[in-house]
Design a protein around this ligand. Structure first.
Ligand SMILES: [Ca+2]
Ligand SMILES: [Ca+2]
Length: 330
């Protein structure tokens, strides 16, 4: 496979300035392969994207003219829940700043890595959200210092979302928690308050809404997929003690009412894992799954069952080793 190990010569040259790149052409090729085993609707969207696929290098510089930080008071409830199950790649960032793309096999597991390029060594948070390309694109949010940036997959735009984001000690995708039409961000502040920033079509985030309090003892938070079978996006958290909890989503974006209690114990002993993420439906059965890497470097798939009481099946190993080399999986 010519994609192994990156592109000869490399497209990406991290410069003193903030130069980032996404090698969309490589991803498009991999996605062509995947299109044979993924739903036709996604294949059609991807084929449409081929016409304009190109190697794009983007220069990002924070400027005084950039939009002000989008952070406001609570807003009214969003539209009704739309709980489609995305099929997304797994991304990993290594200490040298390179970002690697692992496309799903479609039957459980991931393909060989595609090196998307470097320049992300100093990013203190990285999030993927499926926004562009009618929800088929994989777009990035990343934080450098206190500034949050957004880059659409096909590189049409990179923008500054705002400053002051270093007030949060955890940033992850919100998926469509709260029932919004686009995936947003979840941010936790130092007081343990969890905030939802609703997503929008252009990547800009809406005013934050408080999702809940008391999340300071959670060291992993996942929100992508319906794990209870009711069509509403749920929240998964892991405590520092290793207990995995499922908070059923309510499908509304109302303050402190996005998830319902009581929470459900989804597992214990999960502190053997470095990373716990969801890339949607990894094995193609229509139900969202979890992927976790353990401290020994193995990668595991926890297939979602859609049953609240027992939301995940027995783990299946999908990576044999070396996954600890990533300091961020998302
Ligand atoms: Ca649910
Ligand atoms: Ca699945």
């Amino acid at each position: 496979m010519f994609i192994r190990g990156g592109w000869p010569g490399g497209f990406v040259t991290p410069a003193p300035a903030r130069v980032f790149a996404l090698v969309s052409l490589v991803r498009t090729f991999v996605r062509m392969l995947n299109s044979f085993i993924r739903p036709m609707s996604r294949a059609v969207m991807r084929a449409a994207g081929l016409a304009t696929a190109a190697v794009l290098v983007l220069t990002v510089t924070a400027s005084a003219s950039s939009p002000a930080a989008v952070r406001g008071s609570a807003q009214a409830a969003g539209p009704a829940a739309t709980a489609g199950v995305p099929v997304l790649p797994l991304f990993g960032r290594k200490a040298d700043g390179h970002l690697y793309d692992y496309e799903p096999l479609g039957t459980g597991g991931v393909r060989q890595a595609v090196d998307l390029g470097g320049g992300f060594a100093d990013a203190t948070a990285m999030v993927q959200n499926e926004i562009s390309d009618n929800g088929a694109g994989v777009d990035l949010y990343y934080r450098m210092g206190g500034t949050l940036y957004y880059t659409a997959e096909r590189g049409a735009e990179t923008k500054v979302i705002g400053g002051g984001w270093d007030m949060y000690n955890l940033l992850v995708t919100a998926g469509k928690l709260g029932g919004g039409p686009y995936p947003g961000l979840l941010a936790r502040d130092t007081a343990g308050v969890l905030w939802l920033y609703p997503g929008q079509a252009n990547g800009v985030l809406g005013g934050r809404v408080r999702a809940g309090t008391g999340f300071d003892s959670m060291d992993r938070i996942v929100s992508r997929g319906d794990f209870t079978g009711d069509g509403k996006i749920d929240l998964i958290v892991r405590t520092t003690g290793g207990t995995l909890y499922l908070y059923p989503g309510t499908g509304t974006g109302v303050v402190d009412a996005m998830v319902q209690l009581p929470r459900i114990v989804a597992g214990t002993g999960w502190n053997i894992y470095n990373a716990v993420v969801s890339t949607g439906d990894n094995d193609g059965d229509g139900k969202a799954d979890l992927i976790a890497s353990d401290t020994a470097g193995a990668l595991w798939l926890f297939k979602g069952t859609g049953v609240a009481a027992t939301p995940f099946a027995t783990r299946v190993q999908i990576g044999t080793g070396g996954w600890q080399a990533f300091n961020t999986l998302f």
